[in-house]
Design a protein around this ligand. Structure first.
Ligand SMILES: *Cc1c(COP(=O)(O)O)cnc(C)c1O
Length: 237
């Protein structure tokens, strides 16, 4: 960044957890340092909170774990609790104001999507956010995160499990080493389906992303079936 900052407009980052890459966790302090470097070299910092936003990592936004405030934040998925498709791009007043001027100055943000601001999706999002308050979703989530963390410890005894990564309700159980051609992740997920649990792998990583409203009983079932699926697919139980 020191050498090339003149040609860098912005840094875009998934804060704290890289989801689709396989639930990869950033080392503590990393995000804060990125924020500092962006400020130092006058680059915009864009936080992609599409996956991490709205409580997924245990706080409303993942950036809060490191007290970071990005210049631009993208959100989607959980803004409607996943019930309707909606996305939003949030910016600082400074950036917003850059698009405000006399009509003749032509500073309009000339970009839009067909369904931008879809009223039905927005209504669902507003109701969803009201539920976060009313049901104290984030508060009730904390003991469930601990419960999940404790339940995952049991997986350490499985020889096929080489790494367990968790931040809040984002979990990656990595199996290996296996060649990706062995389709280990797919095999484990197909096993879990036999017991009514639908999981999705990312290569050799088994992903757990339970809904925030899940009960402890259901979490226990999720953990139990996942453990069983790994054990029976790979340890010929
Ligand atoms: C799902 C996801 C996206 C995809 O967003 P679209 O609006 O569907 O393009 C982007 N970023 C992250 C981190 C995601 O998890």
């Amino acid at each position: 960044m020191k050498k090339q900052n003149k040609t860098i407009a912005a840094v875009i980052i998934e804060p704290i957890v890289q989801g689709a890459a396989g639930m990869l966790m950033q080392p503590p302090g990393f995000l804060k340092k990125v924020r500092k470097l962006c400020a130092k070299y006058d680059c915009l910092m864009i936080a992609d909170e599409v996956a991490t936003g709205f409580g997924r990592t245990g706080k409303m936004f993942a950036c809060e774990h490191e007290d970071v405030s990005p210049d631009i934040m993208t959100v989607a998925k959980s803004i409607t609790g996943g019930y309707l498709s909606l996305a939003a791009t949030l910016t600082t007043d400074e950036i917003y104001n850059a698009f405000c001027d006399d009509y003749n100055a032509q500073k309009t943000f000339f970009h839009g999507h067909t369904y931008t601001g879809n009223p039905l999706a927005c209504a669902v999002a507003i109701e969803n956010l009201k539920l976060y308050k009313k049901e104290r979703i984030l508060e009730k989530l904390q003991p469930k995160i601990k419960f999940l963390e404790n339940g995952l410890k049991k997986f350490e005894v499985l020889k096929s499990v080489c790494d367990i990564r968790q931040k809040g309700f984002m979990v990656g159980i990595e199996l290996g080493p296996y060649d990706w051609k062995e389709k280990i992740g797919v095999k484990v997920c197909m096993k879990a389906r036999e017991k009514g649990v639908i999981l999705r792998p990312l290569g050799n990583v088994i992903v757990l992303m339970p809904p925030l409203a899940i009960s402890k009983k259901e979490l226990r079932q999720l953990l139990g079936v996942t453990y069983w699926a790994i054990a029976s697919a790979l340890h010929s139980l």
